[in-house]
Design a protein around this ligand. Structure first.
Ligand code: PGA
Length: 248
């Protein structure tokens, strides 16, 4: 069984000061919650690391990574730099980057490999667009997104990472996949990973909030969530985290 997990993607919100405040609020939340990971904007990471130094079950990740290890790549951030400042995880292939920054399946696979080279745990985001779902192609799209990474790094390495199913039409739209739609894709991903994928954490992401969390996490192959909007308030994030614990 995969261990429950909740990740918060803070995207391009806030400042170092508000990020530190949010991290402190999370650190001070009491109650029963699963492993948590937060993904602040790059420049806010040191402030968050500083707040969470003593908090063992909240890890810190970055929202993006260069596929290069080092060199003349203006504006890029390497995996080594991320490990150096205290990150343990990194998002790769988030739909906003696939769409806005034209990241291909192959580039996402290179970024996944770069994360592994630096000792970071990648969260590989996959998901179909509305048009692809309307054409009934969602599983085919996810198979090729996963396949590009498996081809480059091997199945075992992908099983050791974290996968997030984030239907593009549900990310930041207020529209969520139904628990049945999400479960269907999650069990497909689990099957694609084979026997090595039994313990792989497969997260759902796309407009999760305190009202829809329980029904989603009641599904057997949803091991946790990747939350955007609802991760910007500690109270909402912790409420979702507690609902994961209740369902698992
Ligand atoms: P959302 O974002 O929860 O605001 O839909 C999810 C994500 O982008 O990971």
């Amino acid at each position: 069984m995969a261990k429950p997990l909740l990740a918060g993607n803070w995207k391009m919100h806030g400042t170092a000061k508000t990020a530190a405040k949010l991290a402190a609020d999370l650190a001070n939340s009491s109650g029963d919650y699963p492993e948590l990971i937060v993904f602040p904007p790059y420049v806010c990471i040191p402030a968050v690391v500083n707040e969470l130094l003593a908090v063992r079950n909240i890890a810190i990740g970055a929202q993006n990574i260069s596929h290069h290890s080092e060199g003349a790549y203006t504006g890029e951030i390497s995996g080594k730099m991320l490990s150096d400042i205290g990150c343990s995880h990194v998002l790769v292939g988030h739909s906003e980057r696939r769409t806005n920054c034209s990241e291909s399946n192959e580039l996402v696979a290179e970024k996944f490999a770069a994360a592994k080279r630096s000792g970071l745990v990648p969260i590989l985001c996959v998901g179909e667009t509305l048009e692809q779902r309307q054409q009934g192609r969602e599983l085919q799209v996810i198979k090729s997104q996963l396949g590009a990474v498996i081809d480059l790094v091997g199945l075992e390495t992908v099983c050791d990472a974290i996968v997030a199913y984030e239907p593009v039409w549900a990310v930041g739209t207020g529209e969520t996949a139904s628990p049945e739609q999400a479960q269907q894709v999650h069990s497909f991903i689990r099957a694609e990973l084979g026997s090595g994928g039994t313990d792989t954490q497969i997260l759902y992401g796309g407009s999760i909030n305190a009202d829809n969390a329980a029904a989603l996490f009641a599904q057997p192959d949803l091991d946790g969530g990747l939350v955007g909007g609802a991760s910007l308030e500690a109270e909402h994030f912790i409420n979702i985290a507690q609902q994961i614990v209740e369902q698992k």
